[in-house]
Design a protein around this ligand. Structure first.
Ligand code: HEM
Ligand code: HEM
Length: 334
């Protein structure tokens, strides 16, 4: 289908589409929390079969049998099915109403990722949770979240009005967007390292905090200690990049971006606090799972900031102008 410009639907339809994408992002965050609970409670194998649940169709599995770890594993599968269904609706809705071809394609990409993620989830069970598959499942979950957050941001009426025509042109001239890309990249690396640590049982390889085995730099010859220490060092790098980002965003005099940068900064502080509490509480289930979910929030916020920074740049006139056919209101941003 050809690119139909920015918006093919009516304003009301577009607002509905945006709200639906936000709902999907919220449901995905809940799903990440539910998945984190499965790992934290070590319930991954409490339902040994897949796609059935103890031989039942998963949707007719009796409530009376939801006991012990089954509660976590089975409810995770049900929430995943709901998120899958919402993703199908969003992809079809975008296909019918969205004017930008790349956004329609991103909708189908989200659907492909959620299907792959469901299959990976099944595989973790059928293969008895090999760390490589569990790590891939954890990382693809956050990748899916990133795609859904992007869809939520770029379908918002604000973004439609300010979107740059060319992301590459905007990115080159935009230090805030570049900082956000660094932050997002480092946070993604952090969750990869976090997932490896979690699924190789290295979460308590360094049991003290803020020191590490009583030292600033612990002996790094054992893999569990090394991977755990990398996670801590990268947390410092993330805090530093986000600190610079907040300072620059405040100086940029763009109130929306400055506010979002403060939210990001606050979330990073909470996340570091939750990381420390994970260690000091000896991996309390709720604290550890909150750390996983807040990690997704940090990632999604850094990404949204980057997309917002690129869109805001349009207002400063540094990017390729919109098509003249677009509304007078949009043209007024130039
Ligand atoms: C489709 C969307 C899905 C998403 C976004 C998702 C997300 C997640 C997340 C974030 C975790 C926690 C990873 C961690 O804490 O390191 C997890 C764990 C898990 N998920 Fe999913 N999941 C999905 C579907 C499924 C499905 C369909 C199954 C089917 C069996 C499944 C089975 C599991 C299992 C067994 C674990 C625990 C793995 C372990 O402890 O090693 N997931 N999931
Ligand atoms: C901005 C900083 C941080 C981010 C974004 C972050 C993110 C994450 C994520 C997403 C996971 C889980 C990965 C998964 O399996 O899905 C994780 C695991 C973990 N993180 Fe962090 N983290 C940060 C800082 C810290 C700090 C400062 C500590 C303190 C020592 C810490 C300790 C841990 C531990 C112990 C685990 C593994 C939990 C387990 O074994 O179950 N994190 N982190």
């Amino acid at each position: 289908m050809p690119d139909r410009g920015f918006a093919a639907g009516t304003g009301a339809t577009n607002v509905g589409l945006h709200r639906f994408a936000v709902l999907l992002a919220a449901a995905t965050l809940l799903l990440v929390f539910a998945g984190g609970l499965v790992t934290s409670t070590e319930s991954g194998l409490s339902v040994p079969d897949w796609p059935t649940t103890y031989g039942y169709n998963m949707f007719t599995f009796p409530l009376s049998k939801w006991v012990g770890g089954i509660r976590f594993e089975h409810s995770h599968r049900l929430i995943a099915s709901m998120v899958g269904l919402l993703t199908i609706v969003l992809a079809v809705w975008l296909q019918r109403r969205e004017g930008r071809r790349w956004v329609r394609r991103l909708g189908w990409a989200a659907l492909a990722i959620v299907i792959a993620q469901g299959l990976l989830g099944g595989l973790t069970v059928l293969l008895f949770l090999p760390p490589a598959v569990s790590v891939a499942h954890a990382c693809l979950a956050q990748t899916f979240f990133c795609v859904v957050v992007t869809l939520a941001v770029v379908t918002s009426p604000r973004f439609r009005d300010r979107a740059p025509r060319s992301f590459s042109a905007t990115f080159g001239a935009n230090p805030l967007a570049r900082l956000a890309a660094w932050a997002t990249g480092l946070v993604y690396l952090q969750l990869l390292v976090g997932a490896i640590m979690r699924h190789t049982k290295a979460g308590l390889a360094i049991p003290d905090f803020p020191l590490a085995l009583g030292r600033v730099v612990p002996p790094l010859d054992a893999f569990p200690v090394a991977i755990h220490f990398v996670h801590r060092v990268n947390a410092v790098a993330i805090a530093a990049v986000v600190g610079v980002l907040v300072a620059r965003a405040i100086r940029s005099r763009r109130p929306g971006l400055a506010r979002l940068s403060l939210v990001l900064g606050a979330l990073v502080l909470v996340q570091i606090g939750l990381g420390a509490a994970t260690v000091l509480s000896r991996k309390d289930v709720l604290v550890t799972t909150a750390h996983v979910a807040c990690g997704a929030l940090v990632l999604g916020t850094a990404l949204s900031f980057g997309i917002g920074a690129m869109a805001a740049e349009r207002r400063r006139g540094n990017v390729i102008p919109m098509r003249p056919s677009l509304s007078g209101r949009a043209a007024a941003w130039k």
